[in-house]
Design a protein around this ligand. Structure first.
Ligand code: ADP
Ligand code: MG
Length: 519
C-alpha cells in the first residue's frame, strides 16, 4: 500500500472494482464463493475469509467449510461474530477472539483453525435486505482497521449482487432440469403408449394395420388413412408418428373440416408480421410440424384452392406465409385422413388426382367396427381396464351376456362409440359386475345413430337404468328398434335376410324402418 492515504484508498477502490468484475462473470454459486473468499484475503491481507449466507427459513447461517470444498457448515444464525453482524447489521471488529464473549469457538473446534482476530460485516442486497455475513480472519500484521472495514463493506455489496444472480441462475437451472426430467418422463409415457401402437385388435384386419405401421416405421412416406369416423384414424396416425424417427419432433393435427375457407391459408402456412394492422402474425401448422409430422384430418373436405396450395408445399418443400416475402423451407411428413371416398370425389372433380397420389403413397384402411365384431370383447375389456386405471377403481368386469350384447350392436360410431359406451357403463356400474340390465337403456340403437349423428352418443347424458320407457308402447317400440338394428347390422344391411330373421316380410321391415327412421 502507498504511504499517501489518498493514493491507498484509490488503489483499494480500483482493486475492488476489478474484483467486482471477476465476480460478475462467475455464474456458479460454489466457485463464486471461493472467488470472493480468495480475493478478500488478498485485498485485506489476512489469512482467511468466508461468506455466510442466511437461510431465513431455518434461521441458520451456512458456508462452505474451506476453499474448493463442497462441505457445508451450518450454525444458528444468532451465533458468533458472523451471527452478530447479521443480527445487528453492524460491523463487528474483534481484536482478540478468545477473550471476546461473542466469539463462537464451535467453528474453530470443527475446523481445527485458531482464530486470533475477526472482522465481520453484514451482506446486504440491493433491496437492503441482509442476506448473510462476510467475515475475514487473522490479519497478517496487526489487527483489522476502520479502513479494512470500509473495504470489506464495499466488497460485500458487490458480492451480494453476484451471489443473488448466481442463486437465481441456480434456481432457474434447477427448475429447467426438473422440466426436462418431467418432459422426458412424459415422452417415455407417450412412447410406451404408442410404441405398442396402442392399437388393440388380434384379428387379421387390425394385425395387418399394425404390421404395416411397423414396416414403414423408418421411412417418411406420406400415408393416407381412410375409414369411417371413430375407426381409429387419428390413433393410427399417432402410432405412425411415435414409432418413426420423428417421434421426438412435433405431431401436429389439423381438422380440415373445421376450417372455414377464409382461414385455410393462414392456418396452414401462417401470417407474416406486419401484413396489416390488426392482423396478428401466426405460425402456420406446416411450420409448427417442422421436423415432425402434420396430420391433416378430413382432408377430403378441403377446397380445390387449398388442395392446390398443399400440393405445392409437398412438391417444393417450402411454405409461403400470407404476406411473406420469402418462402420458408419446411421438412414435414404428411399423414392425411378422410372418411370420404376420394376416388369418387376425384370423379366428381372435387378432389385433385395429383394430390391424391402424393398423399396416398401408402394407404391404410380401417374397417368399421361392425365388420370386425370379433374385436369388440377385447376392445371393451381394454377400455374397461383403462377406466379402472384412470379412476383407481379396480376389478370391474362385464357379465358374459353384456359382452355378447355389445358384440351384436351395430356401432355406427365405431370404436369411439364403443369406448364412450364402456366408460358410461363403468361410471354407472353399481357392483363389480356390469350386468345386462345396466345395458338395457343405454345401448345405442340404430335410430339415435341415424337421426342424431355419430357424435351424439358421446355427448349423450349418462342414462341411468331408472329412465325406463314411459309406457308399454314406448317399450315395444324401443325393443323393435333395437332388434331391427341388430338384425340389419348382423346381415350387413341385407333387408331380405334381416326380415327373415325377424319373422317379417321385406315390406313389413321397410315400413317399420320408415316409421323408426332407420337406414
Ligand atoms: N384399434 C383400436 N384400439 C384401441 N383404441 C382404438 C382403436 N381404434 C380406435 N380406438 C379409440 O377410439 C377412439 C376414436 O379413435 P380416433 O383415432 O379418434 O378415430 P377417427 O380419427 O377415425 O375418428 C379413440 O379413443 C381411440 O383411441
Ligand atoms: Mg378423427
Amino acid at each position: 500500500m502507498g504511504s499517501l492515504p489518498q493514493r491507498g484508498l484509490n488503489e483499494k477502490l480500483a482493486e475492488i472494482l476489478a474484483i467486482a468484475q471477476k465476480m460478475n462473470s462467475e455464474r456458479e454459486l460454489g466457485p463464486l464463493l471461493d472467488l470472493i473468499a480468495r480475493e478478500a484475503t488478498t485485498l485485506l491481507d489476512c489469512d482467511r475469509a468466508s461468506i455466510f449466507l442466511l437461510d431465513r427459513e431455518r434461521g441458520e447461517l451456512w458456508s462452505k467449510v474451506a476453499l474448493g470444498s463442497d462441505d457445508i457448515l451450518r450454525f444458528d444464525a444468532t451465533a458468533g461474530i458472523a451471527g452478530r453482524a447479521v443480527m445487528t447489521g453492524e460491523a463487528v471488529n474483534v481484536m482478540d477472539a478468545y477473550s471476546d464473549p461473542r466469539f463462537y469457538t464451535g467453528i474453530d473446534d470443527q475446523t481445527g483453525y485458531r482464530t486470533r482476530n475477526v472482522l465481520a460485516v453484514a451482506v446486504r442486497n440491493q433491496a437492503d435486505e441482509i442476506i448473510g455475513a462476510f467475515e475475514v480472519l487473522n490479519k497478517r500484521i496487526g489487527v483489522f482497521t476502520a479502513r479494512d472495514e470500509e473495504a470489506l463493506l464495499a466488497l460485500a455489496s458487490h458480492a451480494a449482487n453476484a451471489i443473488e444472480t448466481a442463486q437465481l441462475i441456480g434456481e432457474l437451472r434447477r427448475s429447467q432440469d426438473e422440466l426436462a426430467q418431467q418432459n422426458a418422463n412424459l415422452m417415455r409415457e407417450v412412447e410406451s403408449k404408442y410404441t405398442s401402437h396402442g392399437i388393440i385388435g388380434a384379428g387379421p384386419k387390425i394385425q395387418q394395420v399394425v404390421r404395416l405401421i411397423e414396416r414403414i416405421r423408418d421411412s417418411v412416406v406420406n400415408v393416407l388413412i381412410t375409414g369411417e369416423s371413430g375407426t381409429g384414424k387419428e390413433l393410427t396416425a399417432k402410432a405412425i408418428h411415435y414409432t418413426s424417427p420423428r417421434a421426438r419432433k412435433p405431431f401436429v393435427a389439423l381438422n380440415c373440416a373445421a376450417l372455414p375457407e377464409t382461414l385455410v391459408e393462414s392456418e396452414l402456412f401462417g401470417i407474416e408480421k406486419g401484413v396489416a394492422t390488426g392482423v396478428n402474425p401466426r405460425v402456420g401448422h406446416f411450420q409448427k410440424a417442422d421436423g415432425g409430422t402434420l396430420f391433416l384430418d378430413e382432408i377430403g373436405d378441403l377446397s380445390l384452392t387449398a388442395q392446390a396450395k398443399i400440393l405445392r408445399v409437398l412438391q417444393e418443400r417450402v411454405v409461403e406465409k400470407v404476406g411473406g416475402r420469402a418462402p420458408v423451407p419446411v421438412d414435414v411428413r404428411l399423414l392425411a385422413a378422410t372418411n370420404r371416398d376420394l376416388e369418387a370425389e376425384i370423379a366428381k372433380g372435387s378432389f385433385r388426382e395429383d394430390l391424391y397420389y402424393r398423399i396416398k403413397v401408402i394407404h391404410i384402411h380401417l374397417p368399421p367396427l361392425r365388420d370386425i365384431r370379433e374385436e369388440v370383447p377385447v376392445l371393451a375389456n381394454h377400455f374397461l381396464n383403462e377406466y379402472c386405471r384412470e379412476t383407481g377403481r379396480d376389478g370391474l368386469e362385464f357379465a358374459p351376456a353384456v359382452l355378447r350384447k355389445l358384440t351384436a350392436s351395430p356401432w355406427p360410431g365405431n370404436v369411439r362409440q364403443l369406448r364412450n359406451e364402456v366408460m358410461r357403463l363403468a361410471a354407472c356400474a353399481r357392483g363389480r359386475m356390469i350386468l345386462e340390465e345396466d345395458l338395457w337403456e343405454g345401448l345405442p340403437g340404430p335410430r339415435e345413430a341415424a337421426s342424431t349423428g355419430l357424435g351424439a352418443f358421446a355427448a349423450a347424458p349418462v342414462m341411468v337404468k331408472d329412465a325406463r320407457p314411459k309406457s308399454l308402447k314406448d317399450a315395444i317400440e324401443q325393443l323393435e328398434r333395437e332388434m331391427i338394428g341388430e338384425a340389419l347390422a348382423s346381415t350387413k344391411n341385407n333387408q331380405q335376410q334381416a326380415a327373415r330373421m325377424l319373422g317379417l316380410s321385406r315390406q313389413g321391415l321397410i315400413n317399420k324402418m320408415k316409421r323408426y327412421e332407420l337406414g
